[in-house]
Design a protein. Sequence first.
Length: 572
Amino acid sequence: MLVAALLAAIGAAFVLAPDILAASVGAGAGADPLSAASMLRGFGFATLALSAGLAGAGAGRAGAAPLAVGLLITLLSLLALRSYAAAFWAWRLDAAGVDFAYARSVALGWGAVAGPGAAPFEGYGSSLWMLALAGMHALGLAIIPAAKALALGMSAVTLLLVLDGARRLSGGLAAVPAAAAVCLSAPLAIWACAGQEDALHALLTAAIAWAAIRGAYWRGAATALLTLLVLARPEAPLAAAAVCAAGAALDRGLPRGTLLRRNLPLLLVPLAALAGLTAFRAAYFGDAVPPRLWAGAGALDLAGALNPFGGGWAYLLGGLGGAGLALAAVPAALAGPRRAGDASAAVPAALLGAQAAAVILSGGDAYGQWRLLAPAAPLLALLFAAGIRRLPAPRMKLAALACAAGLMTAQATAVQGLRFAAAPAAPFSVAAETGAAYAALAARLGVGAPLLAHSRGGAILYLRDIPLLDLSGASDRRVAAALDDPGALAAHVLEERRPAFIHGPATGAALRGFAERPDLAAAYVPLVWEGRPRLAADLSHLRRDLARAVPGVIPVHDGGEIAYVIVHDPGR
């Protein structure tokens, strides 16, 4: 009880004075003060939940205490989720702008296109998520806040499923707040707010696992949810195959016909949905495979998947350590069935293995804070709760171990959240500011039909301040097909499209090798944006024939030629 009281005091301090604590230890250095305070307040609520679980385990099962403690843990965990979401409510990933643009087009009757008059092209990342956003826009809701609210609601339902599943699996409440902390680890706590389908992916996988925990008739629900997952994520067939294999393993004593009849629908129905989606893609877009998969094909490295010290393996193991999940993974590895034929551990383990395989095969991503592990966090939380019950130790020692694992994860979530708040990945707001600045510059220069080539143009595509040549491949078939061929991409951009402006990092896939090309130096001049640090980029160029002196735009000459152009705050 003394440890529970100490945790309660620590949690209360972080809930009541997170800004003071952040300033006193320098934890929020570089982060927005409000975001830092929200992250630390979330840590405080998570710590209070852990304290309540530990105190409840010490008090025993007498009277109404389990119900009251369970409700308190649920409330505190939801408050932790709300605080984490508040930390990143003003941020969204630039790539989400692509989904927003397509959702608006569908809602307004333009079709699945990037904008009015554009050719059909599957640039969005998730059909189900895009359609959900389109539906909300058709109801009169603004897409950006609707996406945030929808993702928060999905995350809350995911958390509630984990809380209920953890209670059922662990046989008590001691492991429940720790399972909540694992569920709300950095991958989900941060990336559920990005504006893309991460919260939907986590909800669907958690719902499949929860259905298996609930009882014997889980296959029907799992089949329906896996079918939805196929419409949401490209790696869903791996999950369907894994769940089908888990179900078959549980039924291995049955006659073969019965075994197949019970389990094959888990795979065949989602694959039928995928076949229908593929047929639609081929008929409507002219592409049976989403072009975004072409754009990421270079990251699919089968040889790298066999290297346990790099690529996707390093991403996966780094996430376990950096997100504070390593201690929780130990009892999770011991999870097993509660009785013969019980799917409560087999199905979450199968889903977790499928997601791990997808991460390893993809090589991870470059955004930070292990985004691809967001759907794995709820699964690991459930397996953690199931594994705790199987450890040969007294009840209070198990409660202490669960509390330590939860505290380790909650602390890591706060640390990773503060780091992310200090340098958020690819902010929508930066791309939006970039598009507006180039549109204002084009107006000053009198460019009648400006075209901006940008490697992160989701916000620009959605806001439509300036026509976009999207170098991410999200709205341009030629670009998507050429992303693995820098020479072909450069020829397409510099010789065929000849945009008025080029902007982006020289190290990314889209602009790799551009800086060294002589035709770039011949046809374009660098731009220097004075007083606009957020517009700083390796490549920020204006087509040479458009460069001229106008108010706020100063060409600087060297040897009779324009060496670069200084821009004084256009549009402000």
